[in-house]
Design a protein around this ligand. Structure first.
Ligand SMILES: Cc1ncc(COP(=O)(O)O)c(C=O)c1O
Length: 513
């Protein structure tokens, strides 16, 4: 068939679906094939008409000497292109987003409303301090909540994401060791750790050593104690861990590490499972980042990057980064390099240009205040109940490796054990796309073969969970029974099985016409 080609569609762009037949537009149902801007428009045309006198005006040195090389598109063509692209994205506002470890939860609209108030949305970090006292008050109040909820001594608000917070915490540990005149080079990282933990430790110049997990999926305390010594700077431990389990031995681990002269970094990305119920400070933690975008429902990436405040023990607080907001009487002011001298002389330095992510702070504080301390307790309880509901509803069709270790925390973990010969976790993930769901986290954590990690979060109702469980159950049964159609899923998406390794290793990001 010859296609009419108003939007640059070519027959070979058709992804082929269940029956591989070519359609006129390349679309299937409402999933649109979207060409590149360069394929829609031409570099020879312009989407804008200039008045003749404007076109003829002498722009002097501002006149372009060479073509810009961008396609000229009209406003409607451009708007439609980006709107069509946005429809190819799955979003938390479309349905349950079961990614484990990522905590894709509903972002309450109240938070959005607050964040858009001009007094918060339109402030600039370089404004004179007297003109942004309200913004500083928000930062300070949120900081107080974080310190109280975690039972810690202080908090560094400036880190911009979880991994950035890890770097902040590890740099505090490094500075504290330097202040003691000690050159400890090793950071111990349990094998169930999130990948950012060893990456952060290595980036900060430490040597990373693994600590094995025990049969229950938790840190092997005896192995850890055995490895402690004068070269060990500390331990980076995730609690609840990436197998969705609470590290019951954390206090014993902290005691042992402190006795050996080290520090405890806790990856607090999963704080949403324990907020309001457990205070990491009581368990001996020295530094912990909180992904505001996970625990306190700020959108992932919305309004700029995320936000990863780091709560610190009294031992590490003196080394916290600049700048930060402090309160003098009823006024707020910034502590920066110029005035840190007396108040905060041991800071390891500055990680970011400014003092934090205002858009995330306002959303997080709105979330906290709208729940209150009791509501936050219920948040973690509901997150845990929902995950256990998923775990127990599916453990008869998918192997749950740590089901015998007791209830899970905020995420349910399954393995690929028991699938038919030749079927894998990837087939199940691809099958979920045909059912209209974004897949769960796959092949992580590495300690479980063919891992499938599902985090429903507290914001999903039982009805939504039941529908998801029904879909996943049917796919799991197809994988157990060896349904050949599952091997070529998804059938109803514009793209089916991409070479993900090639895409990651050799991304083609540039259009060459
Ligand atoms: C356990 C854990 N640690 C650290 C991170 C890194 O956080 P961020 O993506 O905000 O850098 C994540 C992110 O998903 C995580 O799940």
């Amino acid at each position: 068939m010859t296609a009419l080609n108003p939007a640059g569609w070519r027959p070979e762009m058709n992804a082929g679906g269940a029956d591989d037949s070519t359609t006129f537009t390349g679309n299937r149902a409402l999933m649109l094939e979207e060409p590149l801007l360069f394929e829609i428009g031409s570099t020879e045309t312009t989407g804008v008409d200039f008045d003749e006198d404007v076109a003829a005006a002498d722009l002097g040195p501002l006149a372009r000497s060479a073509p810009i090389g961008l396609p000229g598109l009209s406003e409607s063509e451009t708007v439609r292109h980006y709107t069509r692209l946005s429809r190819q994205n799955y979003a938390i506002d479309l349905g349950l987003f079961p990614l484990g470890s990522c905590t894709m939860k509903h972002n309450p609209r109240l938070n959005e409303k607050v964040a858009r108030m001009p007094g918060f949305a339109d402030v600039h970090p370089l404004q004179p301090q007297e003109t942004v006292q309200g913004a500083y008050a928000v930062i300070h109040e949120l900081a107080e909540w974080l310190v109280t909820l975690t039972g810690m001594h202080a908090v560094a608000m400036s880190p911009k994401a979880g991994a950035h917070g890890e770097l902040c915490g590890v740099l505090c540990i490094k500075a504290a060791l330097a202040a003691r005149g000690e050159d400890r080079r090793v950071l111990l990282v349990p094998e169930s750790a999130h990948g950012t933990n060893p990456a952060t430790a290595a980036f900060a110049g430490f040597t990373v050593e693994d600590i094995p997990a025990n049969a229950e999926g938790r840190v092997d305390l005896a192995a850890l104690e055995e490895r402690l010594g004068p070269d060990v700077a500390g331990v980076m431990i995730t609690n609840p861990n990436t197998c969705g389990l609470f590290e019951r031995d954390l206090k014993a681990i902290s005691d042992a590490v402190h006795a050996a002269g080290g520090y405890i970094y806790c990856d607090g990305a999963n704080f949403n499972a324990i907020v309001g119920r457990v205070r990491p400070g009581d368990l001996g933690v020295d530094a912990m980042h909180i992904n505001l975008h996970k625990t306190f429902s700020t959108p992932h990436g919305g309004g700029g990057p995320g936000s990863g405040p780091v709560v610190l023990s009294a031992a590490l607080a003196p080394f916290a980064p600049l700048p930060f907001v402090t309160k003098d009487g009823d006024r707020f002011r910034l502590i920066e390099e110029e005035n840190a001298g007396e108040a905060h002389p041991d800071s390891f330095g500055r990680m970011t240009a400014f003092h934090g992510q205002m858009g995330m702070f306002t959303r997080a504080l709105a979330y906290i205040l709208s729940h209150g301390a009791d509501g936050l307790k219920q948040v973690s309880e509901d997150a845990v109940i929902n995950a256990n509901y998923v775990l127990r509803s599916l453990e008869d069709v998918l192997e749950a490796p740590f089901a015998a270790s007791g209830p899970c925390m905020h995420e349910a973990l399954f393995s690929d054990k028991g699938l038919a010969e030749g079927f894998s976790t990837l087939d199940i993930a691809k099958g979920l796309i045909d059912e209209g769901y974004h897949p769960m986290t796959v092949y992580f954590p590495l300690v479980v073969h063919g891992a499938m990690l599902i985090e429903p979060t507290e914001t999903e109702s039982k009805a939504v969970l039941d529908q998801f469980i029904g879909a996943l159950r049917s796919i799991a049964l197809r994988a157990k029974n060896g349904d050949p159609a599952l091997k070529s899923a998804p059938h109803f998406a514009p793209r089916a099985r991409l070479d993900e390794t090639l895409a990651a290793r050799k991304p083609v990001l540039r259009w060459e016409g």
